[in-house]
Write a protein that binds this ligand. Structure first.
Ligand code: AMP
Length: 332
């Protein structure tokens, strides 16, 4: 039997090259081998109080970008979290057995208290129960998680096991982390950082949606050495990053050409950047074109969302019905 995989996607910002190689490519492969549920976590995003306009806009951006990257609504169940109110019911039920102490001890909650003391709401405290509901509502076996989500997954196991124990059933499986194995890659930033990240600064990350002129500008400004390149010294991190990016986006001949130019001290970073920019643009252009087409096709997006909601509902409604029975709710 295929594994059931559930993954939530934050409706924030655009996908950069790091997100694509570090996560999206694996998602696209995952949908071939597993029964996948990918949802856009718009209930979760309410902890930051978005405006109604932003909320919908952010969800649409993510839906468009994930479809453009190859998530296939015929293969995976791709849905919007708030289209599945069963999640809210399971969240309520799980909260009855989630203890304030364990929620307060959660690292991400403690971080939020520190970073946004003016907005410590109950949604933040119970973020792990909502995440548990998202996962176990489909009786998931596997969850692709980054380092920052490992503790939440541990809490999901705790809540699932606790439910089984309280009601003396073996109902919820224990979800484990999906292991990407050898596919873990790290795309470096243009600012000399080891990992491309949208939060570093405006110019560190290249987004799949960036227009060609934006990509050229960002790459031309990328950090390199100052002064004359010295092949006898190890490459600076900025220069190393440009070579790493070339490995992903340029052909082998181009990479070799610039490597030997570096080795003989004749490299011109301006030329290297110009070449890299064109190679990155060649890579991102099909994604950007797909995104533009999808964003303009409201009827297709609405069909995708409806289809996802229906498939997710079929799975979730069964779980909630069975959970209600186990708990002892009975209709008169
Ligand atoms: P984030 O937007 O930082 O939460 O990242 C979403 C996903 O993209 C996570 O699975 C990250 O591991 C992955 N990711 C983010 N930045 C990079 C990067 N520079 N290289 C590889 N993977 C990344």
């Amino acid at each position: 039997m295929a594994n059931i995989v559930v993954s939530g996607i934050r409706p924030t910002g655009n996908l950069h090259l790091g997100n694509y190689f570090g996560a999206l490519k694996s998602f696209v492969r995952m949908q071939e081998e597993n029964e996948c549920f990918f949802f856009i976590a718009d209930y979760h995003s309410l902890t930051t109080h978005p405006t109604p306009g932003d909320l919908h806009g952010n969800v649409k951006t993510v839906l468009v970008e994930f479809l453009a990257c190859g998530l296939d609504p015929e293969k995976a169940t791709l849905y919007i979290q708030s289209d599945l109110p069963e999640t809210a019911e399971l969240y309520l039920l799980l909260n009855m057995n989630a203890y304030i102490g364990e929620l307060e001890r959660c690292t991400s909650f403690k971080d939020k208290i520190r970073t946004q003391p003016q907005n410590v709401n109950a949604g933040l405290l119970t973020y792990p129960t909502l995440m548990a509901a998202d996962i176990i509502i489909h009786k998931a076996h596997k969850v692709p998680v980054g380092k920052d989500q490992e503790q939440h997954l541990e809490m999901t196991r705790t809540f699932a096991n606790r439910f089984n124990r309280i009601y003396n059933v073996e109902y919820f499986p224990e979800p484990v982390a999906y292991n990407f194995g050898e596919n873990l890659v790290k795309i470096p930033g243009l600012d000399g950082s080891l990992k491309m990240s949208k939060s570093d600064n405006e110019t560190s990350a290249i987004f799949l949606a960036d227009a060609p002129e934006v990509i050229r500008k960002k790459i031309m400004r990328a950090v390199t050495d100052t002064g004359q390149p010295d092949p006898s010294k190890p490459r600076s991190q900025g220069v190393e990053n440009l070579f790493s990016l070339m490995r992903y986006f340029s052909d082998a001949f181009t990479l070799e050409t610039f490597k030997s130019a570096y080795a003989t001290g004749q490299i011109r970073y301006g030329d290297m950047k110009k070449q890299l920019a064109e190679d990155v643009i060649r890579f991102t252009t099909p994604f950007r074109e797909k995104m533009l087409a999808l964003a303009a096709d409201e009827s297709y997006l609405s069909k995708v969302a409806r289809m996802g909601a229906e498939k997710a509902h079929a799975s979730a409604a069964k779980t909630v019905r069975e959970v209600r029975e186990i708990i002892g709710f009975k209709h008169f």
